[in-house]
Design a protein around this ligand. Structure first.
Ligand SMILES: Cc1ncc(C[n+]2csc(CCOP(=O)(O)OP(=O)(O)O)c2C)c(N)n1
Length: 278
C-alpha cells in the first residue's frame, strides 16, 4: 500500500476508534457499572484487528475459514461489543442494553452473541482456548489465524504460562497473542503487585517471537500484526504498551476508573474531549 493510502486508512481507523470509545463510555454510563479503564486502553487494538487484520464476515459469523479473536480480558466486553456492532454483527442500538436484565450483552462476553468466539471473564483462560482452536486449525489444514488479547495483570494467572508453553511446543505460528500492557491491574500498578518485567524476556524464554509496540498507535499495531503473519515455527506475542483510560485525559493512568462508571459531570467532560457525534 502506498504511503498516502496508508495514512488515509490510519485516519479512518482512528476515527472509528474514537466512535468506539464514545460507545464504550455511553454503554457503561447507561448500565451504571463496568470497566471503562481497561476497555479504553484496548480500543485501538480491536479497531486494528476488526477493521484491518481479521478475515471475517459479520453477515456470516460462523464462516469456517474466518480468523478467530478471543477477548481473554473479558471485562473489556464493552470494547468488543462496540467493535462488533460497528463491524455489523448486530445493531448499534443494542449497545444501550449492556448489563440490562434479559439483554444479549451481559457484563462479560458470551459465545451466544454473534461474533463472540469464546465466553470469557474468568481471567487466565483465553490463551488456552486460543491454543485449542489454533491447533485444530493446523490439524484440519486450515489457513485461518487465531488472535487473543490478554491483560498484563491477567498474566499473573499460572494458566497463562502453562498455555504459553503449549503454544510454542506445538509451534503454533497461526496464533498471535496481544498483551494490553497498560501497567495497571485491579489494585494498582502491575510492578508493585506482581512484577512482570522483563515481560519480553519471559515470553522469549517460553519460545515466543516478541514484538513491542505503542498499543495506542493504530499504524504500529497494524505493522506488528502484519509482521506476525510472516513468523514461522513459533507463536508471536505483541506487547502493546497502552494507557488505561486512553482518550480521556482525566482517566489516563488513573486506576479509580478500573471498575466504575463515570458520573454525569465526568461523562460530559469525557464526551467533549472525544468530540464528534454518537
Ligand atoms: C480469575 C479471575 N480473578 C479475578 C477477576 C477479577 N478481575 C477483573 S479485572 C481484574 C484486573 C485484571 O487486570 P488486567 O488484566 O491488567 O486488566 P486491565 O488493567 O487491562 O483492565 C481482576 C482481578 C477475574 N475476572 N477473574
Amino acid at each position: 500500500m502506498g504511503s498516502r493510502r496508508k495514512m488515509e486508512e490510519t485516519k479512518k481507523l482512528e476515527k472509528k476508534a474514537e466512535t468506539i470509545r464514545r460507545h464504550v463510555l455511553n454503554m457503561i454510563y447507561e448500565a451504571g457499572s463496568g470497566h471503562p479503564g481497561g476497555s479504553l486502553s484496548c480500543v485501538d487494538i480491536l479497531t486494528a484487528l476488526y477493521f484491518h487484520t481479521l478475515q471475517h464476515n459479520s453477515k456470516d459469523p460462523d464462516w469456517a475459514d474466518r480468523d478467530r479473536f478471543i477477548l481473554s480480558k473479558g471485562h473489556a466486553a464493552p470494547t468488543l461489543y462496540a467493535t462488533l456492532a460497528e463491524a455489523g454483527y448486530f445493531s448499534v442500538e443494542e449497545l444501550k442494553l449492556l448489563r440490562k436484565m434479559g439483554s444479549m450483552l451481559q457484563g462479560h462476553p458470551d459465545n451466544k452473541i454473534p461474533g463472540v468466539e469464546v465466553s470469557s471473564g474468568s481471567l487466565g483462560q483465553g490463551l488456552s482456548a486460543a491454543n485449542g482452536i489454533a491447533l485444530a486449525g493446523k490439524l484440519d489444514k486450515k489457513n485461518f489465524r487465531v488472535y487473543t488479547l490478554l491483560g498484563d495483570g491477567e498474566c499473573d494467572e499460572g494458566q497463562i504460562w502453562e498455555a504459553a508453553m503449549l503454544s510454542s511446543h506445538y509451534k503454533l505460528d497461526n496464533l498471535t497473542a496481544i498483551i494490553d500492557r497498560n501497567g495497571l491491574q485491579i489494585d494498582g500498578p502491575t510492578e508493585k503487585i506482581m512484577c512482570l518485567e522483563s515481560i519480553a524476556e519471559k515470553w522469549r524464554a517460553f519460545g515466543w517471537h516478541v514484538i513491542e509496540v505503542d498499543g495506542n498507535k493504530i499504524e504500529e499495531i497494524i505493522k506488528a500484526l502484519d509482521n506476525a503473519k510472516n513468523i514461522k515455527g513459533q507463536p508471536t506475542v505483541i506487547i502493546a504498551h497502552t494507557f488505561k483510560g486512553k482518550g480521556v485525559s482525566f482517566m489516563e493512568w488513573i486506576n479509580a476508573f478500573h471498575g466504575r462508571a463515570l458520573n454525569k459531570e465526568e461523562m460530559k467532560k469525557a464526551l467533549e474531549e472525544l468530540g464528534g457525534e454518537g
